[in-house]
Design a protein around this ligand. Structure first.
Ligand code: DGL
Length: 265
């Protein structure tokens, strides 16, 4: 039996569109919802309690008002702060994100990996546990990167200021000899050309979006939630801040999107 209810994704802003893009590509027949909580961006500088309360409000909206069949927390920061309590409260399957330390530690030849993420993710207990569990003797360099989320939101993807910020954040780990760089924030894949320019050709950059999309597919199978093969669905977009601005930034990153509706809590 097919299930036409939507899969609902959220992030603080446009960053989660890197995950949305991968989900749409892998599961084109699924109806999707994307919400950017732009009234509260950036999450990365906020307390875990605050981020958790935003996440609960959003998932309540997804489940109670949109009848979502699955939720994707397309934000590392919100996942670190709220995944556990969201799963405790809701029965709907919830796919979250965590920096890809495990695959990086498995792949590195020099036994040195770098992780970049927001301040709130780097400081999270779940992140410390992840490193403890999966580093396996590999040296893990971590760096919080304030300013990068804003650069993506403002469409400054490759300008001199963004490149300078990346050089400042990445130089210590590059000098230490990392050969794997984990993008621990969903905004960062949109900086790929700038990142490549700064890290050079020899460092492998891990964008977790395709792996998250595959996980969404596995979850749909596990719960018998796949949409039928006949339906080719679009995405309904929402944001909590300025609709015009959200649409403009989103379209710069992923091309034309449908109408964006504003949500006021
Ligand atoms: N895109 C979010 C993440 O993956 C963070 C954005 C923010 O700081 O608001 O962590």
């Amino acid at each position: 039996m097919s299930d036409g209810r939507p899969i609902a994704l959220f992030d603080s802003g446009v960053g989660g569109l890197s995950v949305w893009r991968a989900v749409r590509e892998l599961l084109p027949q699924e109806a999707l919802v994307y919400l950017g909580d732009t009234a509260h961006i950036p999450y990365g500088r906020r307390s875990h309690a605050e981020i958790e309360s935003f996440a609960h409000e959003i998932v309540r909206f997804f489940v109670e008002e949109l009848d979502a069949k699955a939720v994707v927390v397309a934000c590392n920061t919100a996942s670190a702060a709220s995944l556990q309590s969201l799963r405790a409260r809701y029965t709907v399957p919830i796919v979250g994100m965590e920096p890809a330390v495990k695959p990086a530690a498995e792949r590195t030849r020099r036994r040195r990996v770098g992780v970049i993420a927001t301040q709130a993710t780097i400081q999270a207990t779940v992140f410390a546990r992840l490193v403890e569990r999966f580093a396996n003797g590999v040296e893990v360099w971590t760096q919080a990167c304030p300013g990068l989320v804003e650069a993506v939101e403002e469409g400054r993807l490759e300008d001199a200021g963004t490149i300078a910020l990346l050089r400042e954040y990445l130089s210590p780990m590059l000098e230490a000899g990392i050969d794997e760089l984990v993008l621990g924030c969903t905004h960062y894949p949109f900086l790929m050309p700038a990142l490549r320019q700064v890290v050079g050709p020899d460092v492998d950059i891990i964008d977790p979006a395709p792996a998250v999309a595959r996980q969404v597919g596995r979850v749909l199978d596990m719960y018998g939630l796949r949409a039928g093969p006949g339906s080719l669905e679009n995405t309904r977009f929402f944001c909590t801040g300025d609709v015009h601005r959200f649409r403009q930034t989103a379209e710069r990153l992923v091309g034309p999107i449908d109408e964006v509706r504003q949500l006021v809590w």
